[in-house]
Structure formats: C-alpha cells, structure tokens
Design a protein around this ligand. Sequence first.
Ligand SMILES: CC(C)(COP(=O)(O)OP(=O)(O)OC[C@H]1O[C@@H](n2cnc3c(N)ncnc32)[C@H](O)[C@@H]1OP(=O)(O)O)[C@@H](O)C(=O)NCCC(=O)NCCS
Length: 310
Amino acid sequence: MAGFCAESARFAQFLARDATGDAAGFVEASVRRDYVNGAQSTPVGFLEGLYVAPASRGRGVARALVQAAEAWALGAGCREMALDAAIDGDAAHAAYRAMGYAETERAVFFAKPLPCEARAASGSLPVSFRRATPADADTLAVLGAQVFLDTYAPDGVRPTVAREVLATFSPEACAAWVADPRSVVEVAELDGHVVGFAHLVLGAGHALAPPGQPAELLRLYVQRPFAGRGIGTALLRRAEHAAAEAGAAVLWLTAWVHNAPALAFYAARGYADFGATPYRFEREVHENRVVARRLPPHNAGSPGPTEAPP
Ligand SMILES: CC(C)(COP(=O)(O)OP(=O)(O)OC[C@H]1O[C@@H](n2cnc3c(N)ncnc32)[C@H](O)[C@@H]1OP(=O)(O)O)[C@@H](O)C(=O)NCCC(=O)NCCS
C-alpha cells in the first residue's frame, strides 16, 4: 500500500470520513495503460478497490468515493473508467449500474502452479526430493519425533505425549510405513540431510472428506530451521501429484485445531475445511480439523523439479 501511495501519477486513494471523523470507506484507483477488457480507449481509469464500512453503507459514501476517483482519472487524461467485480457479486453489480457503469464482459480466471514452484519458493536452497527407502527409517523416526514435539509439545513433554511419539515414530513403525504398498513417502533432502517429508496413504478415506477416490496426507513435516522456504509447498505438490497419479480425486488430511500456521498453510493452497474429528491417544481427545481439496486429474501438471538449483 505504501508503494501505491508513493506512485501518485499511477495510483490514487480517497478516504471518506463520517460525521465523527472515523473512516467510513476508501477507494483505490489507478491509471492503466495496458489493455482493459471492455474499454475503448487508453489510458483508462480503473477502480482497483472500493470499500465502505458496514455502518456507513446506504448513505452515498460509495458514490462519493467513485466520483472522486473519476475526477482524478479525468484529470490524469483518462476518457473512460472501468473496474472488475466478482461474477456473483450481485449487490456490487447493482451499485455500479446505479452509478452509470455498464457490464462489458464476463471472464473466468484460471491459474496453475508451474513446475518451477519448488525452485522459486525454496530460494537458494539446493533442496532435492525423492521417494523414501527402508534405509530412511531411522532418519524419518528422529525427524518425525522432533517436528511432532516442536509442534505439539511447546510446553514440554508429558508421559502420554512421550508414549505417543515413541510409538508413532519408532524406527520399526517408520520402516513399516515406507514398506507399505499403500504409502508414498517423499523426502526433501539438503546436502545429504533429510529436512522434511510427506507421507501419503493411498485409498484411505474419511467420512467428512468430499466424495471421490481418496488419499490421505498423513503427515507433512518440515524441520523448523527450514520452514518458510517453500519445502512444505513442494512436498505437498509432490504428494498431490503422486495421489492423482495413483487415481485419487481427493486429498484430505487432519490438522490440530490449534495448529493455526498449518491450517493457514493448507487454506492458502486450496484446501477447504470439512469439519471436526477427534484425535485420540490414550485418554486424551483433541480436536482435529478435516481439510481437503479436489485434485486435478492426472496429467494436469507436474509436481516440480526433483532438485532446486543453488
Ligand atoms: C506446515 C509446514 C508443513 C509448512 O512447511 P514449510 O516448508 O514451512 O512451508 P512453505 O515454506 O512452503 O510455506 C510457508 C507457508 O507456511 C506458513 N507456515 C506455517 N508454519 C510455518 C513455520 N513454522 N515457519 C514458517 N512458515 C510457516 C507460512 O506462513 C507460509 O504461508 P504462506 O506462504 O501461505 O504465506 C511446516 O511448517 C511444518 O512442518 N510444521 C510443523 C508440522 C505441521 O504442523 N505439519 C502439518 C500438520 S497437518
């Protein structure tokens, strides 16, 4: 926003205040010199954003803001004003029509992650990805225990948690999931060290998951010093690709309701919440959220490079 404010020839912002001086709404406008759908001239004034606080709606605030933006665009040499609005935003459409705007076109936006996602996101780290082998069992056990404790035992370790970790991440348990034909375990490696892994279980369903051939992302763990570098995203995309390749149409997982960073991570990557499910160990019951996304059909994309360059 500070960057927009600094470029006053291209962007303008107007703030409306109510009788008490509080902010009632704002509009942001720009001068666009690239092609603007439906416009006949160039440059075109464009309404980038318009917001009116709920308490100030229905009082002409939007109209006044739009008029201010139009006057600014006129002064900047524009002969037309344009905007885009969500296709289902009927109230906004009606408001713009009332202000003299006519619908010109309808568009549907498409996007797809390119194979370079892992490369770009993992920055300068030379991370490589591969399927786990039985030889990784000890490493997965130790890394799994570490990430589990970092995530779920921030206050220290109590006996129930210790037993849960020792059982879930014993080398034998890890060797068993690597060997299980329904499992796909992808590891992220940096300089010969495993820094993260994703564990997918093909065919595993959940009552709350949306319909379709399911796969479960049982674990997605990145060692804390390497978090925030794109490794989790790359592992997730590889797991999605492996699941789709095996015929899955839906990938679901459960995340602890208080694991806000993980829930935000999945939401930002297209996963929707499908409800609460209990996670039990011994006598403890914790709430997990079931989140899931539909997978694009196999062949719709590549999981990314096996190695991100230095
Ligand atoms: C959640 C997790 C897998 C993400 O892996 P990652 O390598 O940090 O993810 P990326 O770098 O690709 O993406 C970073 C994103 O995750 C968010 N994030 C979540 N936890 C984070 C952490 N500890 N450190 C940095 N970023 C974190 C960031 O805000 C960022 O969000 P954005 O890109 O949508 O703005 C990883 O942090 C992790 O292993 N956490 C502990 C275990 C866990 O919670 N697993 C999921 C349980 S279901």
